[in-house]
Design a protein around this ligand. Structure first.
Ligand code: M6R
Length: 611
């Protein structure tokens, strides 16, 4: 989704930093880009373009960038108004004195626009953002910071903004409410970004802004205060993990690279967290005593997309392994339906990015209702991680491809360890705990086994790549895997795919089956397999081609199909992980065969920061 970068520092460095920062944010998904630079004589120069950052870069080549010490830049993912140069950020005030980039949605923009228009302001875009520079101008009486303060106090909705003022070429102001802003400190320069990925090659010392805070930034100084002018002392955080996009290496796409990284990323997620001797897991970030854990009487997971699927699987684990009633909710539904949360409810927000607006809203709702909130996030220092106060990091490394792969498998591994810990805290004995611990330790090598099947999976995917509709069916722990497999396919191939509980198929969806609708049947050797074989027969009776996932050299599906994907034998708890890795490969090769843009699929954003 939209990305912000800002720079204030040495001569000539502003434009190259901003363009590089935008490229580092490309993975988030966008449809236009723009940059504003201010020079020492108080002139703001703005360049915008539709499409990729490289187009913006080409346009910038013709401009004179010396004497430009400060600038702001943006990648826009269209919400209010189509992708166009007029709608691209930065947006300027009527006099051109102020330039603003904005992430989030201003919910009262039409009311503000009406009011400003009556006062003589002229608008040139369809965006909600454009009211911000106009509002700042309206409040301006020579004091830049006071004007920004006055303006943001009028906004409702969400914003992360960076602002330039032609009268203050050595100052940049940023503020946030609901959209992340991080400030990078680089000695002779200071920077702003909506995502630390843009900064990390320049500095690892950062300040995170909290909601309703702003920062007044010069090349040598950063002053943080609330938007009500209360001074704030903020500790510098050091980024110790690798967030850089290392490049694709020998892989054609980031998605394929990230699929292949899973033995290592899951290895990192479980490293040091399994105590084989005790048959237990150690999750220090959870920060709960055994007594506090024993008092948890319900678990509610709140998440979106792939993280929701991981959470659904987590509920199977918590009920089956830990013996704790558990449910999962799409985060926005959780937030808006006034959920019942008791003091001993553990709420688990799950988010790769840690910035998903709906999940963040759910965190705030849960905190407000007095729940114990523990986030499962990948991005260290993200808003959800910080506001939850406790949690478990994935250590999956940066995930660049929009379609989540390694974050999903790490989320599931973390949920399995959490279920083990809570189970051992209750009725699970040492022997069962040791068996499950050993099974968790095997996950990286089991994934490695699946990756060896890539050529077979590629051939099967190519064979079916003309299909326009697919069903994915699974039972028990494999039902969330069916949902995740279907999501992967639709995200990157734009082909309609639905995940279903295998038993539900005959209650309606079976009406859609015919020889043109393949069914991906998850028929691993776990409880429910016999019933699954019956469901496969039902699909074949409607002439649907079947693509079966089975355990090892199991021949159970041979009578129905020759398209068989084999995953190694494992417990029912680990089978969804190996199966999803196979389905990720299937989706990848299917989309590749159709010539789709895999890493940045149309309409999608890596981090969905609007509700
Ligand atoms: O960063 P999050 O895990 O909170 O993101 C949630 C979803 O937006 C995300 O999982 C989305 O569904 C992915 N594109 C899945 O591949």
């Amino acid at each position: 989704m939209c990305g912000i970068v800002g720079y204030i520092g040495s001569e000539k460095a502003a434009a190259p930093f901003l363009l590089d920062g935008l490229k580092r944010l490309e993975y988030r998904g966008y449809d236009s880009a723009g940059i504003s630079l201010v020079n020492s004589s108080g002139h703001i120069l703005t360049v915008k373009s539709i499409g990729k950052v490289v187009h913006l870069e080409q346009k910038c080549q013709s401009i004179q960038c010396s004497d430009m010490y400060a600038g702001i830049a943006h990648t826009r993912w269209a919400t209010h108004g189509a992708p166009s140069e007029n709608n691209a950020h930065p947006h300027l005030s009527g006099s051109g004195k102020f330039a603003v980039v904005h992430n989030g949605i201003i919910e009262n923009y039409s009311e503000l626009r009406k009011r400003l228009s009556m006062a003589g302001h002229k608008f040139v875009s369809d965006t909600d953002t454009e009211v911000i520079p106009h509002l700042i101008e309206e409040f301006y009486n020579g004091d830049f910071a006071a004007a920004v303060t006055g303006a943001v106090q009028q906004l409702s909705g969400t914003y992360g903004i960076a602002v330039l003022c032609a009268d203050y070429p050595d100052m940049m102001i940023t503020a946030r409410h609901g959209s992340p802003i991080v400030i990078g400190l680089a000695g002779n320069a200071n920077m702003v970004a909506s995502d630390v990925t843009a900064l990390v090659s320049y500095t690892r010392d950062v300040l995170y802004l909290n909601d309703d805070e702003m920062a007044i930034i010069t090349p040598s100084h950063v002053e943080v205060r609330t938007i009500n002018n209360v001074p704030v002392t903020r500790e510098v955080s050091r980024i110790s993990w690798d967030v850089s996009a290392d490049g694709k290496g020998t892989f054609e796409h980031f998605m394929l690279k990230e699929i292949y990284e899973q033995p290592e990323s899951v290895g990192n997620a479980i490293r040091g967290r399994i105590d084989l001797k005790a048959g237990n897991a150690k999750l220090s970030g959870l920060d709960l005593t055994p007594r506090e854990m024993a008092l948890i009487n319900r678990i509610v997971v709140a998440a979106c997309g792939s993280s929701f699927h991981a959470g659904l699987l987590g509920t199977y684990y918590f009920e089956d392994i830990s013996g704790i009633p558990a449910s999962v909710e799409q985060a926005a539904e959780f937030r808006y339906r006034n959920p019942i949360i008791e003091p001993n409810t553990l709420v688990l927000p799950i988010s790769q990015s840690g910035e998903t607006a709906d999940t963040l809203a759910a965190v705030r709702e849960a905190v407000n209702k007095g729940a114990i909130v523990a986030a499962i996030c990948n991005v260290v220092g993200s808003t959800i991680a910080r506001e939850s106060g406790r949690g478990i990091y994935l250590h999956a490394g940066s995930e660049i491809s929009v379609a989540s792969t390694k974050a999903f498998t790490c989320q599931v591994a973390v949920l399995l360890m959490l279920a083990l810990l809570l189970g051992r805290n209750r009725r699970m004995n040492h022997e069962t705990g040791t068996e499950l611990s050993q099974e968790i330790m095997r996950i990286p090598s089991l994934i490695q086994e699946v990756l060896k099947q890539a050529p077979t999976i590629e051939a099967i995917a190519k064979k079916h790549a003309n299909a326009h509709d697919l069903f994915y069916i699974g039972r028990g722990c494999l039902y969330p895997a069916a949902l995740e497999g279907a999501l992967k396919l639709k995200e990157i191939s734009y082909v309609h795919a639905e995940g279903y509980q295998a038993a539900e198929l005959k209650h309606g969806p079976i009406a859609l089956l015919d020889e043109h609708v393949p069914v991906v049947a998850l028929c691993n050797d776990i409880p429910g397999k016999d019933k699954m074989l019956g469901n496969i027969q039902e699909c074949r009776a409607r002439q649907s081609p079947v693509i079966a996932v089975v355990t090892g050299d199991d021949d159970c599906c041979a009578p129905f199909t020759e398209d068989i994907i084999r995953v190694p034998a494992s417990s029912r708890f680990v089978a969804p992980i190996t199966t999803v890795v196979a389905l990720q490969l299937f989706a990848y090769y299917f989309a590749k065969e159709r010539g789709c843009e895999i890493d940045q699929p149309r309409n999608l954003a890596k981090s969905v920061t609007v509700e």
